[in-house]
Design a protein around this ligand. Structure first.
Ligand code: AMP
Ligand code: MN
Ligand code: MN
Ligand code: MN
Length: 285
């Protein structure tokens, strides 16, 4: 049977706009069979999603998207099918959220110096209080007329060299991969074509990731063009990695990244789910 997989999505536990329950309901209505909830640096939404998926035909895979600093830039590593109770993983994620908390306050202070008052409190109101991401600042800034839309606001305020940008160190690549593996999961490089890396640097990243125990590249992503998809499929074959597919859905406001509306994996890519038992995926949460 040909199942529909979407292995990259967000809920209100990080910077998505649907609650985990609503995300699961939407995935069901969109024809997704196997869904991974992969919130940034937290697994807090997994329980609610698992309860919502129970008794339905949806198979929920535990997931997380870990923020990593590698080669002087931020890289995202998705973890799939791990035990969310794993203490080492949870301590690692908690560290990242502590940094996030400090960074959010610092973004607020910098925006205040730039004449935008109360941005921290504003961003916090857009979050569920558990974790604040730049996306929450972006929504606050757009809704208060500081920027016309979600694309421009990042360029204007939240990226390198801009008033609300705060640099910092996230997890190390091999640590993030080890947390996932140590918890029984599989590590995937998220949206590899989005890092604006030269081919040489990207292949260095993939090499170090493979060396650390990573198993797949996200070949199909809403943020990849067709050409990028084929290029990433080739990189995955060259490194004997498998291929993952995920929309990176954040909610109905960003229709270009829609749940379950993914291109099929290229024929010559080996799906990460080859050999997965779907019952095991549910039991893991
Ligand atoms: P953070 O992890 O808090 O630094 O926030 C990163 C998140 O911001 C990403 O996961 C995206 O959801 C969002 N993001 C980053 N850059 C952009 C952009 N240029 N346009 C829209 N959303 C973006
Ligand atoms: Mn995000
Ligand atoms: Mn990402
Ligand atoms: Mn994501």
């Amino acid at each position: 049977m040909n199942l529909s997989y979407d292995l990259h999505s967000h809920s209100t536990a990080s910077d998505g706009t649907l609650s985990p329950r609503d995300l699961v309901d939407y995935a069901l209505s969109a024809g997704v069979d196997v869904l991974a909830l992969t919130d940034h640096d937290t697994t807090e939404g997994l329980r609610e999603a698992a309860v919502a998926a129970e008794g339905s035909r949806l198979c929920l895979v535990s997931g997380v998207e870990i923020s990593v600093t590698w080669g002087g830039q931020v890289v995202h590593i998705v973890g799939l099918g791990f035990d969310p109770q794993d203490p080492t993983l949870q301590v690692g994620l908690a560290e990242l959220r502590t940094f996030r908390g400090w960074r959010a306050e610092e973004i607020g202070r910098r925006l205040a110096k730039h004449g935008i008052a109360d941005a921290y409190e504003g961003a916090k109101r857009y979050s569920n209080g558990h974790l604040i991401s730049r996306t929450h600042f972006a929504r606050f800034l757009v809704d208060n007329g500081f920027s016309p839309d979600m694309r421009k606001v990042f360029k204007q305020y939240l990226t390198q060299g801009k008033p609300g940008h705060v640099a910092g160190e996230w997890a190390e690549l091999d640590r993030a991969v080890n947390w996932i593996q140590g918890a029984g999961g599989e590590a995937v490089i998220a949206h590899p074509a989005r890092y604006n890396m030269t081919r040489t640097k990207l292949r260095r990243l993939i090499g170090e990731f493979t060396e650390a125990g990573g198993v797949a590249l996200e070949v199909v992503s809403s943020s990849h063009s067709k050409d990028e998809m084929f290029t990433m499929a080739k990189h995955s074959r060259d490194f004997s990695l498998r291929a993952s597919a995920g929309s990176d859905y954040h909610g109905p406001e960003t229709p270009w990244a829609n749940l379950g509306k993914l291109a099929p994996l290229p024929d010559n890519a080996v799906p990460i789910w080859r050999g997965w038992s779907t019952e095991k995926a549910v039991a893991a949460v």
